[in-house]
Ligand binder design. Structure first.
Ligand SMILES: Cc1cc2nc3c(=O)[nH]c(=O)nc-3n(C[C@H](O)[C@H](O)[C@H](O)COP(=O)(O)O)c2cc1C
Length: 331
C-alpha cells in the first residue's frame, strides 16, 4: 500500500506540501485592484481558476499576509491579467514588494475601475461575487464584467520556474481569428516593399502596431512611424481560405528613412517606379495603383471588399488628435 500523509496524526510538512502543489503546471497572472484612495494595487498570482460560465465566475486565492490583501477584500472589484511569454519581468515586479509596481506597465480602466494591464495575454475585469475565508488565504470569487484576449503565447509556471508552452495555438486558430497586417510605409518618395523570395514583391507585415508608433516588421527591427500619418487603408481577402488582409498606410519618422537599417529583403522603391509586374498578387497591384493615384491627389480612401467589387470611403481633411477633437466638442 502507498503511504500517504492523510492520517490526522501525520503532520503535513508545509515546505514539502508547497513543493507538491508546485508540480501543478499553471499560467501566471497579475491580479489588480485599487486602494480606498484609488491607488492601483497588484500582485502576481497563479492560483487562478475558471469557475462558472453562467454566471461567469472565476477565482483567485490571496494570501492574508500580502500587503495588498485589504485592498483586494475591500475594493469590490478586481482584474485578472494573464501574462504572455514576454512578461517574466512583469511577473517578477508584481511578486515583489516594490512600492510602485505599476510604473513599468500601462493600465487602463475598462468597466469596474480595477486597473487592467493593456499588455497581457488575456484580462478579466470583475466585480467581487463573494469572498471565502480559507486558512491563510481568502478565495476571491469574481464575476466577469468584461474580458479581452490576444493570440500571443502564454507564460507557464511549474516547480517554481517559468516555463514556455509549446505550440499554444491550435492549427488554424490564427488563420481563423487573426488577419495579416500589411503596411504601406513611405519615406521620402519611396515605398517599402518586401521580397517574397520568389522574385515577387509584397507589403511588409507586422503582428501588431504599438501605440507608441514603433512598428516591429516581421523578421526585422522596430521602425519609428509618424503617428499622425498611420491610418487604415484597405481590408480585403485574396482567397476564401486566407485569413484576410488589413492594410495600414504609414510614414517613417526621421529624414526619409535613409538612415534606417533594413533587413536584406526589404527595399524602398520610388513611388513613380514601383515594380508593377513583380507585385505578387493582382489585389495588391490594384491597391498600390490606387495608393499612388490617391497620394498624387492628396486624398485617401478606405477600401472594404464585398461581393460586388468593394467600396471606397473617401476621407477629407487632415488627421486631428483625439484629444483635440474631444476638447473642441466639450467632452
Ligand atoms: C508565480 C507566482 C505565483 C504566485 N501566486 C500567488 C497566489 O496565487 N496568491 C498569493 O497570495 N500570492 C502569490 N504569489 C506571491 C505574491 O505575488 C507575492 O507575495 C507578492 O509580493 C504580494 O504582493 P503584495 O505584498 O504587494 O500584495 C505568487 C508569486 C509568484 C512568483
Amino acid at each position: 500500500m502507498v503511504e500517504t500523509a492523510a492520517s490526522t496524526d501525520v503532520p503535513i510538512d508545509p515546505i514539502a506540501l508547497r513543493r507538491a502543489f508546485g508540480t501543478f503546471v499553471t499560467g501566471v497572472t497579475v491580479i489588480t485592484t485599487r486602494d480606498d484612495d484609488g491607488t492601483p494595487r497588484g500582485m502576481t498570482a497563479n492560483s487562478f481558476t475558471s469557475v462558472s460560465l453562467d454566471p461567469p465566475l472565476l477565482l483567485v486565492c490571496v494570501a492574508k499576509s500580502a500587503s495588498s490583501y485589504p485592498a483586494f477584500t475591500n475594493a469590490g472589484c478586481f482584474a485578472v491579467n494573464i501574462l504572455h511569454e514576454g512578461q517574466v519581468d512583469v511577473s517578477g515586479t508584481f511578486a515583489s514588494k516594490s512600492p510602485d509596481k505599476f510604473q513599468s506597465v500601462t493600465h487602463d480602466h475598462i468597466h469596474t475601475g480595477a486597473p487592467v494591464l493593456t499588455d497581457s495575454l488575456t484580462w478579466f475585469d470583475c466585480t467581487t461575487f463573494s469572498t471565502v475565508d480559507a486558512g491563510d488565504h481568502a478565495i476571491l470569487i469574481g464575476q466577469v464584467r468584461a474580458f479581452g484576449t490576444s493570440p500571443t503565447a502564454p507564460l507557464g509556471f511549474c516547480r517554481g520556474r517559468y516555463a514556455s508552452v509549446k505550440d499554444p495555438l491550435p492549427n488554424g486558430w490564427l488563420a481563423s481569428h487573426g488577419m495579416i497586417i500589411g503596411y504601406l510605409i513611405e519615406a521620402g518618395d519611396g515605398l517599402l516593399l518586401r521580397s517574397d523570395g520568389k522574385g515577387g514583391w509584397v507589403l511588409p507585415s507586422a503582428r501588431r502596431r504599438k501605440a507608441d508608433s514603433q512598428l516591429v516588421i516581421d523578421g526585422g527591427d522596430a521602425l519609428r512611424l509618424v503617428p499622425d500619418e498611420t491610418f487604415l487603408y484597405s481590408v480585403f481577402d485574396v482567397a476564401d481560405s486566407d485569413p484576410g488582409y488589413l492594410v495600414y498606410r504609414a510614414r517613417l519618422a526621421g529624414e526619409g528613412g535613409a538612415r534606417t537599417r533594413l533587413p536584406a529583403d526589404l527595399r524602398f522603391f520610388p513611388l513613380d517606379d514601383l515594380p508593377d509586374d513583380a507585385i505578387a498578387t493582382h489585389e495588391l497591384r490594384s491597391m498600390l495603383r490606387r495608393y499612388v493615384r490617391e497620394r498624387q491627389a492628396g486624398r485617401f480612401g478606405i477600401y472594404m471588399d464585398s461581393d460586388d467589387g468593394g467600396r471606397i470611403a473617401m476621407i477629407d481633411g487632415e488627421a486631428r488628435t483625439w484629444l483635440q477633437t474631444s476638447q473642441d466638442q466639450g467632452q
